[in-house]
Design a binder for this molecule. Structure first.
Ligand code: S3P
Length: 425
């Protein structure tokens, strides 16, 4: 489905409740399947990716019932059962990498498969540490399908070369099944939803700076309420700041500091933003965000903040086209390993719209401020975050733009367009 976006003339105004966090939804589904008894998950994501996690744990024996379209009752006997068919992770790297850690430690074999994009994404980053734990994983050139021969694993002390929550979580989940202490040390802290939720469910897990340590633990089923996704809120934050005459309130947004790097960046860029009603829900920091149209200026984004805003970089690039001066993104090479090579794809598509943006090996620079022209077709490269970033760019372009294969937004945010129309005046 192609989508025509027309420039916004009157500003965005009003209030929306940001839908469920994708990362936390994955973890709620996967970890609950390891807890004996019944877990109740409220505000589960409608996105396709977290539903891939649900389907995989269902194929491994978890009983899943939807009480309404976002409330899941998941019952498990805690011991997963092997599946005679391949486990389909769809487009979801989180499903594949987290499940690989669990499945490597079971007493049965499994095959994890994914769609075309996921089958091209690097799995060496998890296969190497899992093999150090004694795992047997067969793949072609470290890509899915992953054929996992379940084994008894042993604990390790792993120094990860990457700040990646998927890698960290994979090893910690494998560690949950080993005798001894498994530790993961990252170069910088990546999102810590795994640590928080495993602790919430009773795991023996501790954090010391950039090192997380876990011991064999029995997880307890819980009632988990999932907050709104800051990565989904990011499109509204960016649009609220750059579409003239806008003022919007985004409610129920996860503000976990290991995820909320975009808030630090917009503050540096001079944004008019307020955080209201801070609270804690199911072990996660949550609040409401008020943004209004602001005069932005460029800044440098590099180093330890990168893992805290990695998924927001494409829409930050769009925002930077409307900031005075240069916005430089460095140390973000792993952006090339996402659903698309997000350095190349965002640079190419923004250039089509008239942005002054240059590609680096590990990032990009946007020279602002520029009027985007539009009047052309842009690609999504089957990448949900590209699709949504292009939509925001369309709102501030001079002429309509047409976004190819816009339906990829369904991976994380099926409600996206509806939410934007609710803010139009
Ligand atoms: C995620 C971690 C990040 C992020 C992805 C979701 C997670 O990936 O880009 O969208 O849920 O753990 P990496 O851990 O590979 O950086």
């Amino acid at each position: 489905m192609d989508k025509i976006v027309t420039p916004n003339k009157n500003g965005l105004k009003g209030e929306i409740v940001i839908p469920s966090d994708k990362s936390i939804s994955h973890r709620a589904a996967i970890f609950s399947s390891l807890a004996k008894g019944t877990s109740l998950i409220k505000n589960f994501s409608r996105g396709k990716d977290p539903h891939s996690s649900l389907q995989v744990v269902q194929a491994l024996g978890a009983d899943i019932e939807f009480l309404d379209d976002t409330t899941v009752r998941l019952t498990s006997c805690a011991k997963l059962q092997g599946s005679s068919t391949s486990l389909d992770c769809g487009n979801s790297g989180t499903t594949m990498r987290l499940m690989a850690g669990i499945l490597a430690a079971q007493n049965f074999n499994s095959v994890l498969i994914g769609d075309e994009s996921l089958s091209k994404r690097p799995m060496k980053r998890i296969i190497t540490p899992l093999e150090l734990m004694g795992a047997k994983i067969y793949s072609e050139d470290f890509h899915a399908p992953l054929k996992i021969h379940g084994q008894n694993l042993h604990a390790i002390d792993y120094k990860s070369p990457l700040a990646s929550a998927q890698v960290k979580s994979c090893i910690l989940l494998a560690g949950l099944f080993t005798d001894g202490k498994t530790s993961v040390t990252e170069p910088f802290v990546s999102r810590d939803h795994t640590e928080r939720m495993l602790k919430f469910m009773g795991a023996d897990i501790s954090v010391d700076n950039t090192t997380v340590t876990i011991k064999k633990s029995l997880l307890q089923p819980q009632n988990i309420e999932i907050c709104g996704d800051i990565s989904s809120a990011a499109y509204f934050i960016a649009a609220g700041l750059i579409v003239p005459d806008s003022k919007i309130i985004l409610k129920n947004v996860g503000l976990n500091s290991t995820r909320a790097g975009i808030l630090e960046v917009i503050e540096k860029m001079g944004a008019n933003v307020k955080i209201l009603d801070k609270r804690i829900i199911s072990g996660e920091d949550v609040g409401d965000i008020e943004v209004q149209t602001s005069e932005l200026h460029g800044c440098e984004i590099s180093g330890d903040i990168i893992p805290r805003l990695i998924d927001e970089l494409p829409v930050i690039a769009v925002m930077a086209t409307q900031a005075e001066g240069d916005t430089v993104v460095k140390d973000a090479k792993d952006l090339r390993n996402k659903e698309s090579d997000r350095i190349t794809t965002i640079v190419k598509e923004l250039q089509k719209l008239g942005a002054d943006i240059e590609e680096f090996d590990d990032g990009f620079v946007v020279h602002g401020k520029t009027q985007l022209y539009g009047g052309c077709e842009v690609n999504t490269y089957n990448d949900h975050r590209l699709a949504m970033s292009m939509f925001v760019a369309g709102l501030i372009s001079k002429k309509d733009i047409s976004i190819k294969d816009f339906n990829w937004v369904n991976i994380s945010f099926p409600e996206f367009e509806q939410y934007f129309s609710n803010l139009e005046v």
